[in-house]
Each structure stands twice: as structure tokens, then as C-alpha cells.
Write a protein that binds this ligand. Structure first.
Ligand SMILES: C[S@@+](CC[C@H](N)C(=O)[O-])C[C@H]1O[C@@H](n2cnc3c(N)ncnc32)[C@H](O)[C@@H]1O
Length: 264
């Protein structure tokens, strides 16, 4: 009695917490106007902290990549090729292998084989009586990987078809194989992406997954120019997938962007 109490009594920690929240609102982070600076790994400067050669990228690989020795051999061999940049990123390949294992995949489709990094990656996790239908138009590329498919002991699971992928997919459908595949990876000519997607959706069973590569097309999807048919095609498919009620999707900022379409 007699001493005057403050109107509201708060601890030092509460005061500090209130100040931090206030700052967050003032800068717009919690009001939804801005994303925290670490979102998607991009700093405000525009630099990607997960970018190629960055220490965090190396840390991620060092602490998550469990690459089969023959896969590693094929990756290093492919990197020396003049078109080595076409190869799928190894962390993305590992994610796809994990998903395929999770759904107990037995049959997979690879559209765009190149030297066969992901073809081998898939063959390694499929059961002994499983198969990857591997589609490409260029046998010279596949011939680079073939000896390593053999070395890994999975050559018998790879059914390589050298012809336009659309033709192979039509043949699978004509053979009555609709709804019998578990996993498909679309990674070939961008102009045909929509056609590949529609055919794969018919070939994949319920509970199956379609992974679509290069969905960010080196950032060009943001403003695809009228005469860039590839960027237009990828962007159009992205818009379609976003509204497609036949699937659930996740678009991941991994590699050049990958969309996972789940046929539920
Ligand atoms: C980006 S690479 C594939 C990379 C591969 N998925 C990997 O694991 O590294 C694209 C491949 O698609 C092939 N391709 C291009 N047009 C094609 C078509 N119409 N049908 C089948 N394959 C095609 C190219 O020959 C090339 O090998």
C-alpha cells in the first residue's frame, strides 16, 4: 500500500518477444507481404545459398547423398561428356528412387534416357523381376551407360526402346498396359511434355507417381517469350497441372525444378 504499481507488469523476456514480433510485422514478414530472407534458399541479394558450389549445397550432399558406386562412376563419366549438363541432378534422382521404393514400384518409365543415370538409379531399386521402359531416340548416348548398367548387375531390368517416346508410350497402351506402371519420369523434348504427361497418366496406376523435370526451364517460365516454344510448352503444362483435379502435385525447387504428380 502506498507504493504505485505499474499499469501492466511484463517480464524482460516477454518484452523482448513483443519487440521481435513487432519488428516482424513492421517488415511485413508475418503480415504475408514478404517472405523471410531464407525462403527457397534465396537471400534478398538474389544469391541462392543452395546454389551449385555453395558450402550449404556441399553440406546437403555430404549429409544425404547415398550414391551407389556404379551410379557415381556413371555420373563422373557423363560429366565429361559435351552434353553432360543434360544429366539429372543426383539429389533429385535419389528422391525419385526413395519415392519409388516407398510405393513398392515394380514397373517404371523413363522418357529421355541420355547416358542412363536415372535409368540405372531406378533399375537399382526395382525388384529383380521389375522393369524400366527406357525411351530415347539417340542410341549413342545410351551406349555410354550400357556397360555400367551391366556392371551394376541390373541390365536385365532395362528395356531400352530407341524411337520417339510417343511411339513407345502408344505401343504400351496398345499392349493393354494402362494402369500397370508405378512411376514415370518425363525428361525429354519439352514440346511433347503435355502428350507424355497424358499418356503416362493413363499408364500409371492409382497411387503411382509422375515426375516432370525442368519445370522452371532455367527461370524462363516466368516470362516465356512468344517464339520460345520450349518455355511456352513447359509453362502451359505447369498451368494445366496446377488446375488438374486428377492429380495432387508438389513443385520442388530442385535441379531445374521438378513437379511430382501423384495419381490418387
Ligand atoms: C535431359 S536428357 C535426359 C536425362 C536423363 N533422364 C538422365 O537421367 O540423366 C534428354 C534426352 O531426351 C532424348 N530425347 C529427345 N527427344 C526425344 C524423343 N522425341 N523421344 C525420346 N527421347 C528423346 C534426348 O536424346 C536426350 O537423351
Amino acid at each position: 500500500p502506498g507504493s504505485r504499481m505499474p499499469f501492466v507488469s511484463i517480464t524482460k523476456e516477454m518484452a523482448m518477444g513483443t519487440a521481435v514480433l513487432g519488428l516482424a510485422f513492421a517488415t511485413g514478414v508475418l503480415a504475408g507481404k514478404k517472405y523471410p530472407f531464407w525462403t527457397f534458399g534465396f537471400l534478398r541479394s538474389g544469391k541462392n545459398i543452395f546454389g551449385r558450389g555453395s558450402p550449404l549445397r556441399k553440406y546437403i550432399s555430404d549429409h544425404s547423398l547415398r550414391e551407389h558406386p556404379v551410379l557415381k562412376k556413371l555420373r563422373l563419366l557423363t560429366l565429361n561428356h559435351r552434353c553432360g549438363g543434360m544429366m539429372v541432378s543426383c539429389d533429385q534422382a535419389q528422391l525419385m528412387a526413395n519415392l519409388a521404393k516407398l510405393i513398392k514400384a515394380k514397373k517404371a518409365i523413363e522418357i529421355g534416357v541420355f547416358t542412363g543415370y536415372n535409368t540405372l538409379n531406378m533399375a537399382l531399386i526395382l525388384p529383380d523381376d521389375g522393369k524400366v521402359v527406357a525411351c530415347d531416340i539417340n542410341e549413342d548416348f545410351a551406349n555410354i551407360g550400357k556397360p555400367l548398367w551391366k556392371e551394376a548387375g541390373v541390365e536385365h531390368k532395362i528395356d531400352l526402346r530407341i524411337k520417339p517416346a510417343t511411339q513407345t508410350l502408344d505401343e504400351l497402351l496398345a499392349a493393354g498396359e494402362a494402369e500397370t506402371y508405378d512411376f514415370a519420369f518425363i525428361d525429354a523434348d519439352k514440346e511433347s511434355y503435355d502428350d507424355y504427361y497424358e499418356k503416362c497418366l493413363r499408364l500409371i496406376r492409382k497411387g503411382g507417381i509422375i515426375a516432370i523435370d525442368n519445370v522452371l526451364w532455367h527461370g524462363k517460365v516466368l516470362k516465356p517469350s512468344k517464339n520460345d516454344i520450349q518455355a511456352q510448352s513447359v509453362h502451359r503444362l505447369n498451368e494445366k497441372l496446377f488446375r488438374d483435379a486428377r492429380i495432387s502435385i508438389s513443385m520442388l525447387p530442385m535441379g531445374d525444378g521438378v513437379t511430382l504428380a501423384f495419381k490418387l
